[in-house]
Design a protein around this ligand. Structure first.
Ligand SMILES: CC(C)(COP(=O)(O)OP(=O)(O)OC[C@H]1O[C@@H](n2cnc3c(N)ncnc32)[C@H](O)[C@@H]1OP(=O)(O)O)[C@@H](O)C(=O)NCCC(=O)NCCS
Length: 209
């Protein structure tokens, strides 16, 4: 994306995007974590207006995914990926009137990273969430993606681990916590298949207004 004659735009996802979004996920995420075409189909049936796609040179190239959940649902049981997303489908988790706008995932293929596309997708999601009647909180459960490099540390110490420039060691935590989100809580066994994160999830929150 170094030359200036590329075209980047953003739009809501459509049901016909399910296969393309599954391809983006496969390029962005470790294999066991990538959302499948079937899971995208379910999400796009339930809440297409919460799925924002970055289109680069005419092709879907990155995606930020969200659902609405109720505070009661979040509080009702353990914070695990399977429960909070109903196995990645949103079928029993998404509530169109839920007062919590949950950023579920953002992914960009490795060739398009570092150009601000992920940030712009999340900023659009936050702007959208703030415009929706009934949304009181904007949260995400993100991943400490390089925790596997420091398994000897407690999760609390790892979240705050800094590099020489003062930014967080973990790029995904820095992606959110360095751009306006605050840390709410950490959750062991959030997603056991996320071995890079040692299974942990980190609940973060952006200001709702
Ligand atoms: C996380 C992800 C979406 C970031 O997308 P991106 O388009 O590369 O990110 P951006 O260019 O918008 O970066 C925004 C900020 O994130 C942080 N960041 C992103 N990559 C980073 C890295 N490798 N190291 C340190 N900080 C990083 C920086 O604070 C950066 O701000 P800067 O540009 O001022 O330095 C992308 O790396 C990805 O798809 N990862 C795999 C899937 C995943 O783990 N998703 C997040 C879980 S919800």
């Amino acid at each position: 994306m170094s030359a200036n004659n590329h075209v980047l735009s953003f739009r809501f996802a459509e049901p016909a995007d399910a296969a393309a979004l599954a391809r983006i996920e496969a390029e962005s995420w470790p294999a066991p974590l990538a959302t499948t075409e079937e899971q995208w189909q379910a999400r796009l049936e339930l809440f297409p207006q919460g799925q924002i796609v970055a289109v680069f040179d005419g092709q879907p190239a990155a995606v930020a995914c969200a659902q609405r959940i109720t505070a009661a649902f979040l509080a009702a049981g353990p914070v695990t990926y399977d429960r909070i997303t109903d196995g990645g489908t949103f079928r029993r988790s998404h509530d169109p009137h839920g007062e919590i706008y949950q950023l579920v995932a953002v992914g960009a293929g490795s060739a398009l990273r570092g150009f601000g596309i992920g940030r712009r997708l999340i900023d659009r999601q936050i702007e959208l969430a703030r415009s929706l009647p009934g949304v009181k909180r904007i949260v995400g459960i993100t991943r400490p993606a390089r925790y596997f490099r420091h398994p000897e540390m407690s999760i609390a110490a790892y979240v705050d681990l800094r590099n020489k420039t003062g930014r967080r060691f973990d790029p995904v935590l820095e992606f959110h916590l360095g751009s306006g989100a605050s840390l709410v809580s950490t959750h062991q066994d959030f997603r056991p298949a996320d071995t890079e994160s040692l299974g942990y999830g980190v609940l973060i929150e952006y200001p709702a207004g």
